[in-house]
Design a protein around this ligand. Sequence first.
Ligand SMILES: C[S@@+](CC[C@H](N)C(=O)[O-])C[C@H]1O[C@@H](n2cnc3c(N)ncnc32)[C@H](O)[C@@H]1O
Length: 226
Amino acid sequence: MTGMPIPHDPRRFQEPTHDDPTRFWEARYADKPRIWSGRVNQVLAEVAGDLTPGRALDLGCGEGGDSLWLAGQGWEVTGVDISTTAIGRAGAAAVAAGIPAERLHLVAADLGSWQPETEFDLVSACFLQSPVTLDRSQILRDAAGHIATGGHLLVVSHAAPPPWAGGLSGHEHHQTFLTPEQEVAALGLPGPEWQQLIVETRRRPAIGPDGSPAVLDDAVVLVRRN
Ligand SMILES: C[S@@+](CC[C@H](N)C(=O)[O-])C[C@H]1O[C@@H](n2cnc3c(N)ncnc32)[C@H](O)[C@@H]1O
């Protein structure tokens, strides 16, 4: 996530979920004044730090930690999220940070139907994962189709449920946890047009809802369009 999640009630992971993603995520964001830390995801900072800023698309931007960071690095960013509450928070954070409006375009939309009108040099999907309906692979494939020649697609995701999920499997979470290799296979981006730069699992420290330390496995995939 953007930094670490603010600790929350671990029972959330066991709540039965309805199948309306807009309602689910609105309720999730409305539950607290802030969910995420507001900091950039470390892998994105590492990857984008090596790239020349251009146009970036942040899929499932949440409260905007990644989008704001990219904008601050000189990227022209489009951040899209299904939650209007999250998008509102990202906008308020951008104003507070003094980010010029032309650097950051925030869109409240369902990525299952939203289509960009331009090409991007970087598409980032950090933890675009959901316990309710999300046609994630299709969204990622569609977004890849809007990457300019020489541009990159970065996908960072939980490779397994967090330890505080109480031993629930991915199935019980109603979501899929892919290995980096499975992620690449699901993307189905053919070589040699698409060059695989990073396909690996990375471990990082995290703080669980009860404040105890944990180690999380992230699946990291970075591909470049040749
Ligand atoms: C686990 S959060 C990650 C947020 C952010 N990328 C981060 O790293 O902190 C997943 C985000 O995806 C968004 N999301 C879920 N389904 C979506 C959809 N169909 N269209 C757009 N956004 C969606 C949620 O609202 C949520 O903000």
